[in-house]
Design a protein around this ligand. Structure first.
Ligand SMILES: [Zn+2]
Length: 243
């Protein structure tokens, strides 16, 4: 009983409603919100999984628990992900009443899908770089402006630092924007499969130089950095009109 009261207050109401589906358990303060989020999550997760792993890939998602607290003045999501030690993904969604396609849920579901498959072996920059593609609304606009600014000023985060980072600082937009651009660059050099191979190999061996040579035939981190900067100048500035 105590737990239910505590959970209800965390969800911003007096009650706890649960909607459970094949892959998700959604807790919210009203049944209609829980049902709606469950339906949206099941559909979005299948679509995201196909986009990440290919149309013919088997859909797999570890049990994912979503707590929804609507009515916050900020659209914000946070995930505690499946790993070698944890069986389930847990997602908190603090959300304003946005359209489902504008909510941060899709961003968080990318993390859940990647964690279900790679169990903590994929580095943070690949997680965030791929999840950023699913950002919408205000978050998308802020990201795009930052990418544009960094491409012009060349003030990207150093890739050697970025690849090592395990936890990003939520207030550091440069880390997110650099990840987004870097993943886009890597996807211009090879397919998704190669990106995952590179990420898992570098992250588990901690030897990014050899992972880079194996996956992309790029001889050094310095060389990678030069190519990345050149690519961003060609593709991320030219593609946008001057402001
Ligand atoms: Zn994220």
């Amino acid at each position: 009983m105590q737990f239910v009261v505590l959970l209800a207050s965390l969800l911003g109401g007096d009650n706890v409603a649960l909607a459970a589906g094949d892959h998700f358990s959604v807790y919210a303060s009203t049944q209609s919100v829980a049902d709606a989020v469950l339906q949206d999550a099941e559909t979005a997760a299948k679509q995201i999984s196909q986009e990440l792993f290919g149309k013919d890939s088997q859909f797999e998602l570890s049990r994912t628990i979503i707590y929804v607290r609507p009515g916050s003045d900020e659209d914000y999501g946070k995930s505690v992900l499946r790993s070698s030690k944890r069986e389930a993904n847990i997602v908190w969604l603090y959300t304003i009443d946005t359209l489902p396609e504008e909510s941060t849920m899709r961003h968080e579901l990318v993390h859940c899908a990647l964690a279900s498959r790679f169990r903590g072996k994929l580095p943070t920059f690949i997680h965030e770089g791929l999840a950023a593609k699913y950002d919408a609304g205000v978050r998308r606009r802020i990201q795009s402006q930052m990418v544009d600014k960094l491409a012009r000023t060349k003030r990207w985060v150093a890739l050697s630092e970025l690849m090592k980072s395990e936890q990003f600082d939520l207030s550091d937009a440069r880390q997110y924007a650099t990840s987004m651009a870097f993943v886009q660059f890597l996807l211009s050099e090879g397919d998704q499969q190669k990106l995952f191979q590179f990420g898992v190999s570098g992250n588990t061996s901690r030897n990014w130089t050899s992972a880079l040579a194996d996956a992309y035939d790029i001889p050094s981190i310095n060389n990678l950095e030069q190519r990345f900067h050149r690519w961003t100048r060609q593709h991320l500035i030219a593609a946008r009109p001057n402001r």
